[in-house]
Write a protein that binds this ligand. Structure first.
Ligand code: 9D3
Length: 252
């Protein structure tokens, strides 16, 4: 499957750079940065505004509610950080605009983004961005789902988080990125750890049997059943083996 060959670099363009301070220091992403597998430049769009008050938004032509992100600071920020000019044509890496009108993020799209060694993410934070940013600067527009947020900062962090998992060495176990839910089109089986009995609730016998064939079958069956119950849409998109059909039928 698609995975990138080396470390990755992200450039994030935002009016709220402080939104990235905490998340980039935590957990797996924080460790990936410490280990040099991932590097992130967080760029304040406001630093690239040319007027005295460094204004980045303005009223919409034609009227209406809300403010619109001005083109100039965004173009100047992206062009200087990427060391490129929009007049030259193709940018050196994908420039992704975070917007509710974009393609919905999926694990497939994440794995495609992970093929690029460098990604630029532009976060809007107003009712909209000037259309010329879409037409002449960005190469992709992505939404993280059908709900309304206050800006593109959390969506950018979500893309960074999901893509980071595809960088070799970021996850402890190199195979887990492939094994994960959605990679095989099913949701996960239940997990248990010690103690074997918590209050009155015990761990299923099969998981303690030591019979790895039986355990794999049980887990597959649980994945199939859960997917059927909770995400029938996922089940329709994969082809079940005869064994899968048997496991599903055995339960009903
Ligand atoms: C009235 C039209 N609104 C769109 C639903 C305007 C609007 C509201 C909120 C425009 C931008 C925003 C802020 N959201 C994002 O920038 C955003 C977002 C989101 O709200 N949901 C899912 N994915 C994303 S990516 C960026």
């Amino acid at each position: 499957m698609n995975r990138c060959v080396t470390a990755m670099h992200f450039d994030i363009f935002t009016l709220f750079p402080e939104a990235f301070d905490g998340p980039l220091r935590c957990s797996i992403v924080g460790r990936a940065i410490d280990r040099g597998l991932l590097s992130v430049g967080v760029h304040n769009i406001r630093d690239y505004a040319s007027d005295r008050h460094r204004v980045c938004d303005d009223y919409p032509y034609g009227g209406g509610a809300g403010m619109v992100l001005k083109p100039e600071p965004v173009f100047v920020a992206a062009e200087s950080v990427l060391n490129w000019s929009a007049a030259d044509g193709e940018p050196p890496c994908p420039i992704v605009l975070m917007t509710p009108q974009g393609r919905t993020l999926t694990q497939n799209l994440v794995s495609e983004l992970a093929e690029s060694p460098r990604l630029a993410l532009v976060c809007g934070h107003y009712e909209g961005v000037d259309e010329r940013i879409r037409e002449h600067l960005v190469t992709d527009e992505i939404s993280i789902g059908d709900y309304v947020l206050t800006g593109g900062e959390l969506p950018a962090l979500i893309i960074l988080d999901a893509v980071s998992r595809w960088i070799p060495g970021v996850l402890g176990d190199e195979d887990s990125v492939q094994e994960d839910s959605f990679a095989n089109g099913l949701i996960e089986h239940p997990h248990y750890t010690r103690p074997v009995a918590y209050r009155d609730w015990t761990v299923p016998e099969v998981l303690r049997s030591g019979d790895h064939g039986e355990i794999a079958r049980w887990r597959r069956q649980q994945s199939l059943l859960r997917t059927q119950q909770r995400r029938p849409d996922l089940l329709e998109r994969i082809s079940l083996t005869r064994e899968d059909t048997k496991l599903l039928d055995a339960q009903t």
